[in-house]
Design a protein around this ligand. Structure first.
Ligand SMILES: [Zn+2]
Length: 257
């Protein structure tokens, strides 16, 4: 069993929206994990005053994780402060834990953060949950259509790896795409699911946009389209009518990647 002690650089009522003991102790949730620590250990997390993401129900802190026999590790501490919806958040955290430890376990440390655990406690009949993952930098500073070509290329590669492995992320947007030292990792996996990728078309930058049906995979299609990788399929004609250009075998090559 592992117990997690969290200390905040901020007062707890500011950090997680309620009065709690200065040192918050949570229990490890081993339910979905393949590698449950076998020994009784206390892990400590010192949460910085830096809030990486502030939400209505969840805050994410920059923190340091201290474990026996390991050096300090820079981590992201995702902790709920949802009050009445705590049970729903706890369920979402367990879904995310399941994704990290099952669906995308093989990508941890490369295109997905390393996952250190999900922990819970109950205080005054309210569940407090947290997830600890490797610190992986900042979200994209630009919206997808305006991101530099090298970032778009990296995102395409990351998404293609995930989909080839049979997983859809389910909640892709700029805030869930992190960059550190030029390396991209995707976070927030609570809506991830097993996915049989039906993609039919290779990506040729500048080709005319196919329909979603022709492309065959909705998540990749919507993300690629948002990135502006295709030219528009319609063009104004005489100020009123649109002519739709259909993709041709010379503009889009068929075949899976
Ligand atoms: Zn797909």
């Amino acid at each position: 069993m592992v117990y997690l002690e969290i200390s905040f650089a901020l007062p707890c009522d500011r950090a997680i929206g309620r009065q709690t003991p200065d040192l918050l102790t949570l229990d490890y949730l081993p339910i979905f994990l393949d590698e449950t620590p076998q020994t009784d250990e206390v892990w400590r997390v010192n949460a910085d005053a830096t809030i990486l993401r502030r939400g209505d129900e969840i805050n994410v802190f920059y923190a340091q994780l201290i474990r026996p026999r390991h050096g300090p590790t820079d981590v992201a501490l995702k902790i709920d402060h949802s009050g009445k919806r705590a049970f729903t958040i706890a369920t979402a955290f367990i879904d995310e834990t399941n994704a990290y430890t099952k669906l995308v376990a093989g990508f941890q440390g490369t295109i997905v953060p390393r996952f250190f655990g999900c922990f819970q406690t109950t205080l005054s009949n309210t569940t407090i949950s947290c997830i600890i993952t490797e610190y992986c930098g900042e979200p994209l500073h630009t919206i997808l259509p305006e991101s530099p070509p090298e970032l778009k290329a990296q995102l395409i590669d990351v998404l293609e790896q995930i989909h080839r492995a049979g997983v859809a992320h389910g909640d892709l947007h700029e805030a869930n795409i992190l960059l550190k030292d030029g390396k991209m990792k995707l976070i927030d996996w609570e809506k991830a699911s097993s996915h049989s990728c039906g993609r039919q078309l290779r990506l040729l930058q500048g080709a005319i946009v196919p329909t979603a049906e022709e492309f065959g995979c909705n998540e990749l299609y919507e993300t690629f389209r948002e990135m502006g990788l295709w030219t528009a399929s319609t063009t104004p004609f005489m100020g009123s009518l649109d002519i739709t250009y259909r993709p041709t075998c010379t503009s889009i090559r068929h075949g899976r990647r």
